[in-house]
Structures are given as structure tokens and as C-alpha cells.
Design a protein around this ligand. Structure first.
Ligand code: PLP
Length: 383
């Protein structure tokens, strides 16, 4: 074998040898049985979805998607600066601004695209940006492509962040609200205060926070300059928005190549996301149910000797450390009909391979009982 075929084959062999080969699994799942799927003739209980509020299977949201398609058609048919931007998009942007207090919004087809476009468009060679060590790959890729100098501080270390800001006076500090692999929350108010004092902007990737965090913890126009929300997690759909000042959004409209040269988000998806925003923030009932499930899971883990972190969000990591242990624990749970995320480097730092358990409003207490009981058995044989 030569050329590209050889390169591809060698990469596969190397990843296999390191136990790091990534591959997809095809699932069969239906909206009528949330948190359950089958795969290779086995039935599983799903503890690895980001559908925290269960909205992806909500009858109201399903109806909204169909209604959006009836009203506006399925696809937008063009990029936003041609004829792809319509009423459904403008209404969603307006709802998001109302929910967060930002002046303006810009829709993207995914959070990855929104984050990387934001970094590439705002920053360039000669600029300095400070960021938390654990920010998402989409932000890192965008920053790399931008040519800006990136200075990173240890995860959620406020003093280290303050030192870097004072020393380098960056254009911006970038963080997540809820960290995707750890579930912990950034100190937004303190970071915002420091940024404001030094004339730097605070940019928050709110992918796992929007619709989940309490009013006191939420990212909004009072504690950040730019906020990226995604529709594929708590909102149960697909797509994303960048929120910020009118001047900033106008700048992105005029310069963000990923926005300008890509078909606009489907109007039916925008219409459904607008409905999801209402459902997510309506009464706080879903958040209460989620909080109850998180508390129930944590209390059970404590009773059963399962070591958890101090995360109080639906993302509950169980750090296993070694890859071989992770694989054994994952297989044990799988045999018991439980599916959890098994996260390995380079997604997480070396030596911190982990189970990424995610809870949602549709998990019952008996399903959580089963999860924790299996976790306790699987982990006890790894000690
Ligand atoms: C923190 C964070 N930001 C951004 C994204 C990308 O969002 P999307 O899935 O909409 O592309 C993800 C997705 O996994 C994420 O975890």
C-alpha cells in the first residue's frame, strides 16, 4: 500500500495499538422510549445523552418541528446573506436576546461551527487570547486557525486567570459555563469583573449551561460580553447562536466566512428551537426535576462508595484513570444493559480517562438505582 491509503491504514493500526481507535455505533431508538436504545440485538439504558431536559422527544417540540416545516419549508435554500435568513431565524434570535439580555444574535448550524467561526473572525495574528485549559476543541481549532497567541490557565483557577490577564492584557478571555467533560461551573462573575477592569472581553461557551443552570448561575449579558448557546443539548434540537452586542454581531455577519458561505440553519429547526427556548425557560419545572435527579444520583453514590466529583450539573464524571480500567468498567456496565460515555485522551488529559455520566429529566429513580448499583460493583473490582 502506498500514498494516502497507506497513511490511513497506519493511523488505524497505531490508534488500535494505543487503545484509542474511535468508531461509531449504530443505535436503534425511538421517541416513544426515551433513554433506551438497542444496538447489536442488546437493549441499553442511556446515561450518555446531552438531552438534559428530555426535549428531543417532547411531543410539543416534535409538533413545532413539523409546524415549522409546514410554515417555512424544510430547508433555508441559501446562505443567510443571499435569501436564507427569514422570519423563523429572526424570531429565534429575538427570543434568545430576550432570554439572555444580549442585544443581538447570529444563528449557526452547529456549536462547533459557531465557536470556531467566532474565534477565527474576531482574532488574528498579533492578538492575544487567554483561555481555560479545558475549553472545547472547536474553540481551540478556531484560535489556532486565527493565528492569535493563546495563553492558557489551569482549569477554573481564578488567580491564574487574573495573573494572565494582568500580564498580557488580552483582547479576550474564553471559557465554558459548564465544562463538558467535568460538569463544573466557571466563576463567571469574578472573571467578568477582572476582564472588565482590564478592558478584555469575556467570551463564554454556554453549550452545556443554557437551559440547565439556575438563574443565579446562568451566563447572560450581565456576566459576559459574548455567549454561545447551542440547541443540540438542553434544547433537544440542532444548531447554535452567538449572542453579543449589535456591533459585534454586525461585524460577524459581514466577516465570518463560515456564516457567509454556508446554507443558513433550516427554518424548521429555527422554529423548533424557538419553541424549545420557551419550554426550557417556561416554569423551571424541568430544571427542578433535573436537579432532583442529580441530587438523587449523588446521594446514592455517596452511600454506595462510588467516588464522584463536586459537579452539581447533569454531567457527572467518574474518573477511572487508566485506559484498561475504563474499558473493563465500561464493558461491565454494558453487559448489565447500561450505556455511559467512556472518555479517553486526547478528549480529556492523559491519566484522567473517565466515565461521563449524564442525567436527564426522563431518568427514573429506579433507573438511577440500577446505574449506581452497577457502578459500585464495577468500580470495586478496580480498586
Ligand atoms: C462545550 C461545547 N461547546 C461546543 C460544542 C459543539 O456544539 P455542537 O454539538 O452544537 O456542534 C460542544 C459539543 O459537544 C461542546 O461540548
Amino acid at each position: 500500500m502506498t500514498g494516502l491509503s497507506a497513511k490511513i491504514a497506519q493511523a488505524k493500526v497505531a490508534a488500535q495499538a494505543a487503545g484509542l481507535l474511535r468508531a461509531r455505533v449504530q443505535l436503534t431508538q425511538t421517541a416513544s422510549s426515551p433513554n433506551q436504545f438497542s444496538c447489536e440485538a442488546q437493549h441499553y439504558l442511556n446515561f450518555s445523552s446531552n438531552d438534559y431536559l428530555g426535549l428531543s422527544v417532547s411531543p410539543q417540540l416534535i409538533d413545532a418541528l413539523v409546524e415549522g416545516a409546514r410554515r417555512y419549508g424544510v430547508g433555508s435554500g441559501a446562505s443567510p446573506l443571499v435569501t436564507g435568513y427569514g422570519d423563523a431565524h429572526a424570531e429565534l434570535e429575538s427570543s434568545l436576546c430576550k432570554a439572555t439580555g444580549h442585544e443581538a444574535a447570529l444563528l449557526f448550524c452547529s456549536g462547533f461551527s459557531a465557536n470556531s467561526a467566532l474565534m477565527k473572525t474576531l482574532f488574528g495574528t498579533g492578538d492575544t487570547v487567554v483561555a481555560d485549559k479545558l475549553i472545547h476543541a472547536s474553540l481551540i481549532d478556531g484560535l489556532r486557525e486565527s493565528g492569535a497567541t493563546l495563553r492558557r490557565f489551569s482549569h477554573n483557577d481564578l488567580l491564574a486567570a487574573q495573573r494572565l490577564i494582568k500580564a498580557h492584557q488580552p483582547l479576550a478571555l474564553v471559557t465554558e459555563s459548564v465544562f463538558s467533560m467535568d460538569g463544573d461551573v466557571a466563576p463567571l462573575s469574578q472573571l467578568y469583573k477582572t476582564c472588565t477592569q482590564q478592558g478584555s472581553w469575556l467570551i463564554v461557551d454556554d453549550a452545556h449551561g443554557f437551559g440547565v443552570l439556575s438563574a443565579q448561575q446562568q451566563a447572560n449579558a450581565h456576566n459576559c460580553d459574548i455567549q454561545v448557546v447551542t440547541f443540540g443539548k438542553a434544547l433537544g434540537g440542532q444548531g447554535a447562536a452567538i449572542l453579543g452586542s449589535r456591533a459585534c454581531i454586525d461585524f460577524l455577519v459581514a466577516n465570518a466566512r463560515d456564516y457567509i458561505y454556508s446554507t443558513a440553519l433550516s427554518p424548521s429547526a429555527a422554529y423548533a428551537a424557538n419553541c424549545a427556548v420557551s419550554l426550557a425557560i417556561e416554569t423551571g419545572e424541568l430544571q427542578q426535576k433535573l436537579t432532583d435527579n442529580i441530587a438523587y444520583f449523588k446521594a446514592l453514590c455517596l452511600q454506595s462508595g462510588v467516588a464522584i466529583t463536586d459537579s452539581n450539573t447533569p454531567i457527572q464524571p467518574i474518573i477511572v484513570g487508566k485506559l484498561e480500567s475504563l474499558q473493563r468498567v465500561f464493558e461491565y456496565l454494558k453487559q448489565a444493559g447500561i450505556w455511559v460515555g467512556a472518555i479517553r485522551p486526547p478528549t480529556v488529559p492523559k491519566g484522567s480517562a473517565r466515565l461521563r455520566i449524564t442525567l436527564n429529566v426522563n431518568h427514573s429513580h429506579s433507573q438511577i438505582d440500577m446505574l449506581v448499583s452497577c457502578l459500585a460493583s464495577a468500580l470495586s473490582s478496580e480498586r
